[in-house]
Design a protein around this ligand. Structure first.
Ligand code: 5AD
Ligand code: SF4
Length: 447
């Protein structure tokens, strides 16, 4: 028996969906009367873990060790809950190895208060069920959020790319119902959101029935959100090329609030590698898709995910990834070294690529992606656009916000957090831009 915790801290790792889940867990514990505090004072620490790459499991165990040691020096023994995808993958094993109090998977964290109470009463509490009834109905309403908020509308994945652990940790593709999404969007706007990013492992596979009982896709949801008063911007991530419908492409033409940004992972440029990855699209179908998107929204900023060193990838095949990057000209992108995930088909493939080759390929790829990102940023200098102010900058009077193309923009302004301001983009670096009042462009042209 220990006293039930009165304060908590959530530490989230990994993707935006984990960030969202972490926020919801925080709201859930706050609704129980627990106070949010720093990790070094919390009586309950929730580690919301990620399993997508690298030695995720080992990292969690060393985090737990470090946490215990730091708390021990202060004479404390906080309750530790492991949530997220490592919890789902490891389950009871985490209790056996690290003696944590609670283990809870991504589909059952609505049970966290009960699990914490059980752990306080003695023994460990583990819940890695994937119940049919969704957790969302059991979570408290959204209360206070920043100007840019996440909203998970879809979870799980049925694609089974051969390298990926997500179909096992997050389960099958499930869409949240229309009503639930619209209600949460409304409460996010009431709580201060000006921009909503719809989230899902395969967000563009979202499907549901609208109020009239018609089956709609993500584009239907976006068109309905477009009419939500107070909401200024809509984004969505992450999409799969095969679920990119014409309706969604058309939404990029018609819906003014839908920002000109598309994160569309391709992973590799070689058709043989894409087949071995079970990606179900090839290089040319991907490029044709981008052409169709650019046809309706020529200024769209494209983003992607890449894996280098997939088992069996040759130098020539990697060169095809580089040439695809050169063809597309991404505005930004994420790139990773292949990391074998236990239980996935690719982990059992015999021709794993040597670490040195992976390092070299990643460096080459990132140099190309950084070059293109800088070029994209420079290409927007001279434009006047809206910037959503998200937080204060480091300098006095400086604020930091996002352009429609998801670039970070520094500006000197009297505007506050949550304001949309008209800004002229006056200078660009590789990672951010500088903006000024719309009339500052004249000065730029005179330079
Ligand atoms: N190794 C390396 N990168 C991976 N990703 C997913 N699984 C792996 C893996 N085993 C990358 C993909 C995916 C992104 C979220 O993480 O690029 O799009
Ligand atoms: Fe993983 Fe592929 Fe599903 Fe993306 S589409 S979550 S990479 S299995």
């Amino acid at each position: 028996m220990t006293a039930p915790p009165k304060s908590f801290h959530v530490k989230s790792f990994g993707c935006q969906m984990n960030v969202y889940d972490g926020e919801r867990m925080g709201e859930l514990m706050a609704a129980q009367g627990l106070v949010p505090v720093g990790a070094d004072a919390a009586e309950l620490v929730i580690l919301n873990t990620c399993h997508i790459r690298e030695r995720a499991t080992e990292k969690v165990y060393s985090d737990i060790g470090r946490l215990r040691k730091a708390a021990g020096k202060q004479g404390r023994r906080p309750m530790i809950a492991v949530a997220g995808c490592v919890a789902q993958a490891e389950g009871e094993e985490i209790v056996r190895r690290a003696k944590v109090d609670v283990v809870v998977g991504p589909q059952s964290y609505h049970n966290l208060p009960g699990l914490v109470a059980r752990a306080a009463a003695g023994g460990a509490a583990v819940d890695t069920d994937m119940p049919l009834a969704s957790k969302f109905g059991a979570l408290p309403a959204r209360r206070k959020v920043g100007p840019s908020a996440f909203l998970t509308v879809q979870e799980g994945c049925d694609k089974f790319c051969t390298y990926c652990v997500v179909p096992y940790t997050r389960g099958a593709e499930v869409s949240r119902p229309w009503r639930q999404v619209m209600d949460e969007a409304r409460s996010l706007v009431d709580a201060g959101a000006r921009e909503i990013t719809l989230l899902g492992q395969n967000v563009n596979a979202w499907t549901g029935e609208d109020e009239a009982g018609r089956v709609r896709g993500l584009d239907g949801l976006i068109r309905a959100l477009d009419r939500l008063p107070g909401l200024a911007r809509i984004r969505y991530t992450t999409s799969h090329p095969n679920d990119m419908t014409q309706g969604l492409i058309d939404a990029h033409r018609d819906v003014e609030k839908l920002m000109p940004f598309l994160h569309l992972p391709v992973q590799a440029g070689s058709d043989r590698v894409l087949r071995a990855m079970n990606r179900s699209h090839d290089r040319s179908s991907y490029l044709r898709l981008l052409d169709r998107v650019r046809a309706v929204r020529p200024d769209i900023a494209l983003s992607g995910d890449f894996i280098v060193g997939f088992p069996g990838e040759t130098e020539a095949e990697f060169a095809e990834t580089l040439s695809l990057v050169n063809t597309v000209g991404y505005a930004q992108a994420f790139s990773f070294k292949y990391s074998p995930r236990p239980g996935t088909p690719a982990a059992a493939m015999v021709d794993q690529v040597a670490p040195e080759a992976m390092d070299e390929r990643l460096q080459l790829l990132q140099a190309a992606l950084n070059r293109d990102q800088h070029a994209f940023n420079l290409g927007t200098v001279g434009q006047v656009c809206d910037v959503l102010v998200e937080r204060r900058g480091k300098l006095p009077g400086q604020m930091l916000g996002k352009s429609p193309w998801l670039q970070s923009v520094h500006l000197l302004t009297s505007a506050g957090v949550g304001d949309l301001v008209e800004v002229a983009l006056t200078a660009a670096g590789p990672n951010s831009l500088t903006g000024g009042p719309p009339n500052s462009l004249g000065a730029l042209a005179a330079e």
